[in-house]
Design a protein around this ligand. Structure first.
Ligand code: GLC
Length: 746
């Protein structure tokens, strides 16, 4: 079949003087793809070696001004600069592309930037957005981000980060979708679709980048950049699927990861790029290294020098070198020495040129500054940011309906550094957002309450809270108020890159401040702002209400006020486990059963002497201002073939007095397999909005082909036998009547 295909390709494009190149597997191609390939190959045929090596170089522009550096403009004029990161905006993008248009072949520069959760309008940090479990909202946020980014001349965002993370000490947990492969895969797909749409050359779309491939979130000790080592089964079952979902969504690029995986750094790992991405997934996406990652192969001690690092990068199937210049500076020598081939160079150049055609870079039009200004930070974009922020918040505790705060309240104490701080509302990786854009909680409360409620603000202490001089003022504000809102959490720079923490508790002083407020006897709610799970044991035990708001973005204050006063009913669910202690890590819900699963009365079972096995708050958990009831669970059948789809149905009822949304979650357990399988795995979910008193039959299809795993022979198999289905509204509290069995048959 492949032979026939090749001849056909020849016949169709012989006028394009195209030979069928030994290029990356392109899988199934559309007419448009074939047209792009023809253009790519026609251009490639005209390029000199220097021009080819130039295309494999991405250089770092001036982050502050968004402009290319003088030497980069010069390289562009000579057609020797493939791509930049951080160049954007009216002057930056226009000047650089104009320089490229002076070159012999007029190949435009590919402009990339970290648009992680918004360009100028910031949405909640990705972990927060993921807590919404609302795929449409997540896709919409990415689309708005893409539209704002494209208006500034950018073609490419280095997002979504789709690394599965089970270790909250790792600071980059904030950038992804948490611990679960199924949820993470759905969100990866949604984010890629949001950024790219069907045509990434459109004015409101950019090329996405699935990163960091792969296993980066499994860094030993949760310490960023550290070693990762795992079985191929675990790699394939847990860490690869979100990247495959990105491929299924048509992702245009990948980024290597800094870590070594089983001893081989991603940036020089042919198993990842040639076996998995090209051969198995048939993706011809552009592969860019992470920042300096080629040069850092020398640190990994798998390259004696940058020349060897360049050779290993290219021969692994990686195309574009970010910042370091090993390929550009050593390519010609490596070619002469026969250490790399021209076919390899051509393959990499094709990837870069293909991406440029896909994003419409060749149809360069100077940025229209007025149009750009009109398309960013619009009221519509702010409204969308406020909506998804409200959907992302997780109500962790709400004793005696402490929340929502009554609108008849006359005075509010608002305590804590974060309640009056703009910068941290945006989180980390904030692209071109400006702190002054952000709405603080104080501002959000004023916007909602006007002058009808007296707001008594007291900072209490700075975030590290080592100086408690301000406690008295905070306690006084509390005593003089009807209700107290106390913010607690992290600085946005305590998570994200190079920000791992060995201790994931609140700074001790913050808990002391909460205790001081608690001792006043006033009703209060703790409002968390943080980029990772926190071991908030005292608060979970003693505080009447806790609202997890993550870093909610530009509209943080308004969105938090919406939830605190009940204009928005919280509906978020944790995308990652909150452990009781760092000593429990790694702690994740879909663990294997072990031979001695914990049993209260049996000493010789898997447990600690000093802490329960259970988390503080489990994956999938989140409360509402209303209540919901599941009943009448049914399966469409109890015996099913391997290619079948079983439908799990359940009645969901809003038994409370407020409209609200619930996430019905379907977990599956393979009861008897050739390898030990997790005690449960999320395999389906539906977020459902119900009016107070409304009851609805929810049907969630489960594809039996999704229930497989990689066996000892490294084959993906769905084995016959018994499976258990569990339906709940979090991963831990599953009622017996919400559990059924079915059998997979040949
Ligand atoms: C950083 C990050 C990566 C980011 C890149 C460009 O080191 O690891 O996520 O996209 O460099 O800023």
């Amino acid at each position: 079949m492949k032979k026939v295909y090749s001849i056909l390709l020849l016949l169709v494009f012989w006028v394009g003087i195209i030979s069928v190149p030994a290029q990356k597997n392109v899988g199934k191609t559309s007419t448009k793809d074939a047209q792009i390939e023809a253009k790519v190959n026609a251009l490639l045929a005209k390029m000199t070696l220097a021009e080819k090596l130039g295309q494999l170089q991405q250089l770092d522009g001036d982050w502050g001004t968004g402009e290319a550096r003088p030497e980069q403009l010069e390289l562009a004029r000579k057609g020797l600069l493939g791509s930049t990161l951080n160049v954007r905006g009216f002057k930056g993008a226009n000047d650089l592309q104009k320089a490229a248009m002076e070159s012999r072949l007029k190949i435009p520069v590919l402009l990339g930037f970290d648009v992680i959760h918004g360009y100028r309008t910031q949405f909640p940090v990705p972990l927060g957005e993921s807590a919404s479990w609302d795929l449409e909202a997540i896709e919409r946020a990415a689309h708005i981000a893409a539209k704002e980014a494209k208006s500034t001349g950018l073609h490419w965002t280095f997002a979504p980060m789709v690394d599965i993370a089970r270790d909250p000490r790792w600071g980059r947990v904030v950038e992804g979708a948490g611990e679960d492969t199924f949820l993470g895969s759905k969100i990866a797909f949604a984010r890629v679709r949001g950024f790219q749409g069907d045509d990434m050359s459109a004015d409101d779309r950019v090329m996405a980048c699935a990163k960091h491939f792969v296993g980066y979130g499994a860094a030993e000790g949760g310490r960023d950049y550290n070693t990762t080592d795992m079985s191929e089964q675990r790699l394939r079952d847990i860490y690869l699927p979100p990247f495959k979902a990105a491929v299924d969504a048509g992702v245009g690029s990948f980024m290597t990861s800094f870590n070594s995986l089983n001893g081989v750094p991603s940036t020089a790992n042919p198993f990842l790029w040639k076996t998995l991405v090209e051969k198995e997934w048939k993706s011809n996406a552009l592969v860019v290294t992470d920042y300096n990652a080629t040069k850092e192969l020398v640190n990994h001690a798998i390259a004696a020098d940058e020349a060897e690092a360049a050779m290993k990068t290219l021969n692994a199937g990686v195309d574009l070198e970010m910042v370091s210049k090993a390929i550009n500076q050593n390519g010609e020598k490596l070619l002469k020495e026969g250490k790399i081939t021209m076919a390899t160079i051509d393959d990499a150049v094709r990837s870069v040129l293909r991406a440029k055609f896909r994003v419409g870079a060749f149809d360069f039009k100077p940025i229209d500054e007025a149009k750009q200004k009109a398309s960013i930070l619009t009221d519509e974009n702010r409204k969308a940011a406020r909506e998804i922020a409200g959907k992302s918040m997780v109500l962790l505790k709400n004793d005696n309906n402490t929340l929502p705060i009554s609108k008849s309240v006359k005075s509010l104490a608002v305590i804590g550094f974060l309640a009056n701080d703009k910068r941290n509302m945006l989180g980390n990786w904030t692209a071109d957002a400006k702190p002054e854009d952000a709405v603080t909680l104080m501002e959000g409360l004023k916007n909602k309450l006007g002058s009808s409620v007296k707001l008594n603000y007291a900072m209490g202490c700075e975030l590290k809270c080592t100086d408690t001089k301000g406690f008295d003022e905070a306690v006084k504000a509390a005593k003089n108020s009807d209700f107290v809102i106390i913010t607690a959490g992290e600085d946005a720079d305590w998570s994200a890159e190079a920000a791992s923490r060995s201790d994931i508790s609140l700074p001790a002083g913050q808990t002391e401040l909460i205790k001081a407020i608690h001792s006043t006897g006033k009703p209060y709610a703790v409002v968390l702002m943080n980029g990772r799970p926190l071991t908030i044991n005292w608060e979970a035990e003693n505080s009447p209400a806790i609202l997890e708001t993550w870093f909610s973005g530009t509209e943080a204050g308004n969105a938090i006020a919406d939830v605190l006063f009940g204009d928005v009913n919280p509906s978020g669910k944790l995308p990652i486990t909150f452990p009781r202690s760092g000593g429990q890590i790694p702690l994740y819900y879909n663990a294997l059963p072990t031979g001695r699963p914990f049993a209260e009365k049996d000493k010789y079972t898997s447990k600690y002497l000093d802490i329960p096995n259970t988390p503080l708050f489990p994956f999938g958990y989140g409360l509402s201002y209303t209540t919901f009831k599941l009943s009448n669970m049914q399966l469409s059948q109890t015996r099913i073939g391997k290619n079948g789809t079983i439908t799990v149905s359940v009645d969901l009822e809003n038994t409370g007095k407020r409209d609200g949304a619930e996430v019905v979650q379907v977990y599956i357990r393979d009861m008897d397999a050739s390898m030990s399988r997790p005690v449960k795995e999320l395999k389906g979910f539906q977020k459902v909005f119900l009016k107070a008193g409304e009851k609805r039959k929810i049907e969630i299809p489960i594809k039996v082909s999704d229930l497989g795993f990689y066996n000892a022979q490294m084959q993906y198999v769905v084995e016959e036998g018994q499976f258990r289905v569990m339906v709940g509204t979090d991963s831990q509290n599953i009622k017996d009547e919400m559990s059924e069995f079915f059998t997979v048959v040949k």
